[in-house]
Design a protein around this ligand. Structure first.
Ligand code: DAH
Length: 331
């Protein structure tokens, strides 16, 4: 009887291995563990066994029963978990598109522009968007009575602790922060948002982006500045890019220049101002603790939106902020 029990166990487990569907499992349970199953049928035969053998056979009977029950439960749980996923997922079915987004054209432009300057040796500098008067004006040689400080030209923050604060109106603030942090030689760009209460039109918005450049070392001059700007224009816009510099005025540079680029606005080619530049004013160097007798430097600030408009032929600056997916998806 012991050998019959062995046989039964190996038959049962062998068969169970090949079953994966719920109906097959139930048939197996009935055949082996059911009230008329093969195991039950062995029970009465315990009577035939001699007294000495009875404990051993009885024990074996129980063991086989346990082993079949355990194997059955294990099989059932894997079959039912695969059954619940199985038929409902058709892996050959084409998926439903997630409608993946794309990078905003301005983020893309900023990354591209930063990369061009990075290749020319400019590191990345950063500064906060909420600034104090010192970094936005005073250290940049903008005197207290200067119209650039006017309330209608800036977003001053009410109730600022520790002195008047404002949303920075230019990334030139980062020039000061970079000079405070690092002694020359210093070559950085800073890209970010600036804020001015301008009326929105095709070329103005109350929030926009600038890239600031600053290079300070011994013997830096205006030719270095012109070279780097022309190099940028040609690298980014192509060899045919037209750029011009004309005299300008900024309190923080002397001499100062405006940078224009020829671009298409509503089917018309015109010179559009991209920003300003110049040689860093000695007062600015001094206010950041750099000796103007020893070091000179140049600085420039360009509008990112205008660069993107020129690069991608976008006629209206407001489109960047309308959030119309039909526009944004094109880039
Ligand atoms: N900060 C100026 C503006 O927002 C732009 C500018 C002009 C930046 C001359 C400079 C510079 O670094 O040298 O209009």
């Amino acid at each position: 009887m012991l050998s019959e029990l062995e046989q039964l166990e190996s038959d049962a487990l062998g068969q169970l291995d090949g079953i994966s569907d719920v109906d097959g499992l139930e048939a197996w349970r009935i055949a082996y563990l059911g009230s008329k199953g093969r195991l039950k049928a062995m029970m009465p035969r315990l009577k035939e066994v001699s007294r000495e053998e009875k404990p051993a056979v009885g024990k074996r009977l129980n063991e086989v029963k346990k082993s079949l029950e355990t194997a059955f439960e294990a099989r059932k749980s894997t079959a039912s978990s695969s059954a619940s996923v199985g038929p409902t997922v058709d892996v050959t079915e084409p998926g439903i598109g997630g409608g993946g987004g794309c990078r905003h054209v301005l983020s893309r432009t900023m990354a591209e522009v930063a990369e061009v300057f990075a290749r020319m040796g400019f590191a990345i500098a950063e500064g906060p968007e909420v600034e104090d008067e010192r970094h936005n004006f005073t250290a940049l040689n903008i005197p207290p009575e200067h119209p650039a400080r006017d309330e209608i030209e800036n977003f001053y923050l009410a109730g600022s602790e520790g002195g008047l604060k404002l949303l920075r109106s230019q990334t030139s603030t980062v020039q000061i922060r970079a000079m405070e942090k690092q002694k020359p030689p210093l070559r950085v760009t800073a890209i970010g948002r600036v804020y001015r209460p301008d009326t929105h039109d095709a070329t103005h918005y109350s929030m926009f982006h600038q890239i600031e450049g600053l290079y300070i070392d011994r013997g830096v001059n205006m030719v270095d500045l012109k070279t780097v700007l022309f190099q940028f224009a040609r690298t980014y816009f192509g060899e045919e890019a037209e750029v011009r510099m004309r005299p300008g005025f900024f309190p923080f540079t002397e001499p100062s220049a405006e940078i224009d680029m020829k671009m298409r606005v509503k089917d018309e080619w015109m010179w559009v101002e991209l920003g300003g530049c110049g040689m860093v004013h000695p007062n600015v160097l001094s206010s950041a603790g750099i000796d103007p007798e020893e070091y000179t430097g140049y600085a420039f600030g360009l509008g990112i939106e205008r660069i993107a408009m020129r690069k991608y032929g976008i006629p209206d600056l407001r489109w960047f902020y309308d959030n119309d997916a039909r526009f944004l998806r094109q880039f």
